[in-house]
Design a protein around this ligand. Structure first.
Ligand code: NAP
Ligand code: MG
Length: 494
């Protein structure tokens, strides 16, 4: 099916909007890659007791970047014990003002080493350097700054309550925002006085490991943050460990449900941030060029590897044709390729497994009867790539309208009235995010209150800020991250 689609696309235009773009690769020589990595347990890098290792690659070139340790049950146990000791002996006894100093230090070191982190993130994850440089790394630092500010003000954040930390937090994160998700999870946990065992995703361990170095450089007391690389089994062992008081997970709904079953009845606290199938709703009075930019930003930048990606476009029937035409014209100018090139808009798909999943879902869309159009770009010979794709003639029942594709694939549906837009927007098992494009403020407020989505953007998309709580409804999970709500998830407020 992928081959069929390939035949239908034309050759890439050599020029973009009348401009030629010479290659502008970001230098990588300031990133010292280490051949192998241990586990961060109790403040030291140690060899895995499991004696197992795995390779991590660049999805853009399939080149091996490093070998990392695969933590087994014994390693998980050692890390949880180290976190417990640090919690009881040091971190829970330290004043908030002292904890804040460490968090400020981490934030500042991240800023100082921003370029190194951005390049490493792009090498290991495949996302365009302009995304990692302008979004991921600055936001990661911002999360540490923001939560550092709360560490000594918890009594003011929750007046009349006596906020107390929970203990040891197990945190399992995905591959789409490897450093940023680590920061989202670590910063509130540490600010609130908990210690942590963090497991990054199998395909993107390198920036989390380097964050471990930053944590050492900031001289955090040993065992406050422990980092275990590994695959799903490591994550399962960690969340199921009886020494853990709180679990925070971001990833697929399937694994989220399994974790919920593991924790059922244990009394341990859990927050889940799972998938999404966001509707981006465009009314006929919207500024169309601006909306097209928002749609492109919402689904094609970052290869659609975003849980809150605007993967369904709901467009008012009267403007469906001109909007889709404009969108295709814009898609034809997207630069797909080397993620280290500063001009690249769409980078590599994170893994072969994810590419297979996207390819399979796109094939199902064609088989169901939807019409695919793909940006006419050339794809590099090596690595994992998928052309920005838009589906029209999509029925709500199709898998491409219901399931999370997690790739640069948009499904277009139409509506006539605001009620129909809300009904269609809510017609998925998910409820993470949504977008509304209209000139009318009252319509924005009306739709925002009727849509089952944790975040609703108006006349913009995919904007983030550490002060703003983020999280889902329905199968998108529960609990919030960011803001005061996110802090509360790491505290006992009884
Ligand atoms: P995933 O399996 O849910 O992975 C998320 C994290 O959980 C990873 O660190 C993963 O380790 C770990 N994990 C896997 N099985 C586990 C288990 N039984 N217990 C505890 N932890 C476990 O997601 P994925 O396979 O990377 O991606 C699958 C789909 O999830 C994607 O296609 C996409 O639809 C969705 N997704 C959503 C988000 C989001 O932000 N909400 C992010 C990524 C993916 P490994 O990496 O080693 O498997
Ligand atoms: Mg997995």
């Amino acid at each position: 099916m992928a081959e069929q689609l390939e035949r239908r696309t034309e050759r890439a235009p050599a020029r973009f909007g009348g401009l030629d773009y010479a290659p502008a690769p970001e230098a990588t020589d300031h990133v010292q890659l280490r051949a192998d990595h241990g586990l961060l347990i109790g403040g030291r890098w140690v060899e895995p007791a499991s004696e197992r290792r795995f390779k991590t690659i660049s999805p853009a070139t399939e080149e091996v970047l490093a070998e990392v340790a695969e933590a087994g049950e014994e390693d998980v146990d050692a890390a949880v014990k180290a976190a417990r000791a640090a919690y009881t002996k040091v971190w829970s006894r330290m004043s908030g003002a002292e904890r804040a100093k460490y968090l400020y230090r981490i934030a500042r070191i991240l800023q100082e080493r921003a370029r190194e982190f951005a390049v490493l993130e792009t090498m290991n994850g495949g996302k365009p350097i302009k995304e990692s440089r302008d979004v991921d790394v600055p936001l990661a630092a911002a999360h540490f700054f923001y939560h550092a500010g709360w560490a000594d003000k918890l009594d003011y954040a929750f007046p009349g309550r006596r906020p107390a930390p929970l203990g040891v937090a197990a945190q399992v994160i995905p591959w789409n925002f490897p450093l940023l998700m680590a920061a989202w999870k670590l910063a509130p946990a540490l600010a609130a006085g908990n210690t942590v065992v963090l497991k990054p995703a199998e395909t993107t361990p390198l920036t989390a490991l380097r964050l471990g170095e930053v944590i050492q450089e900031a001289e955090l007391p040993e065992g406050v943050v422990n980092i275990l690389t590994g695959a799903g089994a490591t994550g399962a062992a960690l969340v199921g460990h009886p020494g853990v008081d709180k679990v925070a997970f971001t990833g697929s709904t399937e694994v989220g449900k399994a974790i919920q079953r593991t924790l059922a009845g244990s009394g341990r606290k859990l927050t889940l941030e799972l998938g999404g199938k966001a509707a981006n709703i465009v009314f006929e009075d919207a500024p169309l060029d601006q909306a097209v930019e928002g749609i492109v930003n919402g689904i094609y930048f970052n290869q659609g590897h975003v849980c809150c990606a605007g993967s369904r476009l709901l467009v008012q029937e009267s403007i469906a044709e001109p909007l889709v035409d404009k969108l295709k014209r814009r898609m034809a100018t997207l630069r797909v390729g080397d993620p280290l090139d500063k001009n690249t808009d769409v980078g590599a798909i994170n893994s072969r497994a994810q590419l297979d999943k996207i390819t399979e879902l796109v094939a199902s869309g064609e088989a169901d009867g939807a019409q695919a159009w793909q940006a006419p770009c050339e794809l590099p010979a090596r690595g994992f790539w998928f052309r920005p794709t838009v589906f029209t003639h999509v029925a709500q029942s199709y898998r491409i309208a219901q399931e999370e594709i997690f790739g640069p694939v948009l499904s277009v549906l139409t509506f006539r009235t605001p009620d129909e837009a809300v009904e269609k927007a809510n017609n998925t098992p998910y409820g993470l995010s949504a977008g509304v494009w209209t000139d009318k403020g009252s319509r924005i407020l009306d739709l925002a209150s009727r849509m089952q989505a944790g975040v609703v953007w108006a006349n913009t998309f995919n904007r983030f800020d550490p002060t703003s709580p983020f999280g889902g409804y329905k199968e998108s999970g529960f609990g919030r991250e960011g803001g005061r709500h996110g802090l509360a998830a790491y505290l006992d407020l009884s």
